[in-house]
Ligand binder design. Structure first.
Ligand code: NAD
Ligand code: WQD
Length: 361
């Protein structure tokens, strides 16, 4: 199958690209490389031992998207491209809505014009806000507290309305919990610029000696050890889930075990349905620091610090719907998440090298 992958040079996109190629699909990546390195694409090519197309373009560029879709004729799209830093979105909401919502609209218009109506979207558990109950299932009310999260909610709404307006669409909203880890080879991984906002890359940089200690944001939460609890999911498990979701979009209304989409189910498409992607297991900040210490053989120094504004105490998934309807479940645990992150970080202590050092895709 021909699959267009937006944001395919980024963290989750590059890991998914490996799996898509390994499964024998023909892939084309579009990415503006604003938050990614071309070295990631070169390494994916080596890992999969398969070639793929790449267009450096911004998905907001309607002309470029129309030309790309006409040229590559995708049968399905996996849409990762977007900005994802919560704090940055608070400082620049217009930039976030423009990029994430505007980019998605331009892409969807090009796809509709070319009759490509199978779409897998990178959503986030951030759409649940501060949860009313745990584990969180897909029926949990949606709300959010920051422009990044609102951009995800708005795109989900656009996709639901689109599926309701035209029954030939099949749209999977994949709500990721906390993606971590790296490809088992250690060749590709998460490479944040500047000081990492997220826990796992920060711990990895402490382990490798780039930062002195982990600041543990909050020790008085109503959790077993007082620190925040999250549902960390291995990026390679997440990558496989995208293949399962692409397969799901090929189904017809009426097929499947527990029914089809939530909205817009029609004669040919599956409508629009949301799937939580997590392990269902909660892990605290201190548990993660200990697990990483064990995987790396390095002690992770910690400073106990005040809560980070906007954080919730605990968030973990009920991923049952993905198991039943996508036939997917997470297989890798905390030990593999930490070991693979350490493998990547210790082999690439400064992240991806400059393009000149290895060449681009
Ligand atoms: P990432 O920044 O590594 O990847 C996003 C990619 O999109 C980058 O390569 C970037 O250059 C590209 N991009 C951004 N805007 C673009 C545009 N306008 N045109 C073309 N390319 C553009 O992020 P990631 O962690 O791989 O996340 C991928 C998707 O998953 C994002 O939509 C993100 O919101 C979502 N998500 C991520 C997490 C997480 O914790 N990493 C959690 C939930 C959801
Ligand atoms: C996890 C836990 C922190 C850093 C964010 C986004 C969310 C989604 C995933 C995209 C929390 C604690 C962290 C540190 C710490 N992204 N922590 N010290 O906040 O659950 O989710 O990424 O959709 O939208 O909000 O992930 O990794 O930042 O934090 O103690 O230096 O680690 O307080 O309890 P979060 P995180």
């Amino acid at each position: 199958m021909r699959i267009l992958i937006t944001g395919g040079a980024g963290y989750i996109g590059s890991h998914t690209l490996v799996e898509v190629l390994k499964a024998g699909h023909a892939a084309h990546v579009v990415d503006n490389l604003d938050n990614a390195s071309p070295v990631a694409l070169a390494r994916v090519k080596q890992l999969a031992n398969r070639d793929f197309g790449f267009t450096r373009a911004d998905i907001r560029d309607a002309g470029a998207m129309a030309a790309l879709v006409a040229e590559t004729r995708p049968e399905a799209v996996i849409h990762f491209a977007g900005l994802k830093a919560v704090g940055e979105s608070v400082a620049d909401p217009l930039g976030y809505f423009d990029n994430n919502v505007g980019g998605s609209l331009a892409l969807l218009r090009a796809l509709r014009a070319a009759d490509c109506r199978r779409f897998v979207f990178s959503s986030s558990a951030t759409v649940y806000g501060d949860p009313d109950y745990l584990p969180i299932d897909e029926s949990h009310p949606r709300r959010t507290t920051n422009p990044y999260g609102r951009s995800k909610l708005q795109i989900e709404g656009i996709l639901e309305d689109l599926a309701a307006s035209d029954p030939s669409w099949s749209i999977a909203l994949l709500r990721y919990f906390n993606p971590v880890g790296a490809h088992a080879s250690g060749r590709i991984g998460e490479d944040p610029t500047g000081v990492p906002n997220n826990l796992m890359p920060f711990i990895a940089q402490v382990a490798v000696g780039r930062r002195p200690a982990l600041n543990v944001f909050g020790t008085d939460y109503p959790t077993p050890d007082g620190t925040g609890v999250r549902d960390y999911i291995h990026v390679s498990d997440l990558a496989r889930a995208h293949l399962a979701a692409v397969d799901w979009t090929a189904g017809r209304a009426g097929e499947g075990e527990t029914g089809v989409g939530e909205t817009g189910v029609g004669e040919t498409g599956r409508g629009c349905a949301a799937f939580n992607l997590g392990t269902g297991q909660g892990t605290s900040v201190l548990e993660m620091a200990r697990a990483f210490g064990a995987a790396s053989g390095r002690e992770i120094a910690v400073n106990l610090a005040p809560r980070r504004p906007g954080d919730v105490a605990a968030c973990y998934a009920d991923a049952g719907r993905a198991a039943v309807e996508l036939g997917w479940r997470a297989e890798l645990g905390l030990a593999e998440m930490c070991a693979s992150t350490w493998h990547w970080q210790s082999q690439n202590p400064g992240g991806y090298p400059d393009e000149g050092a290895e060449g681009a895709a």
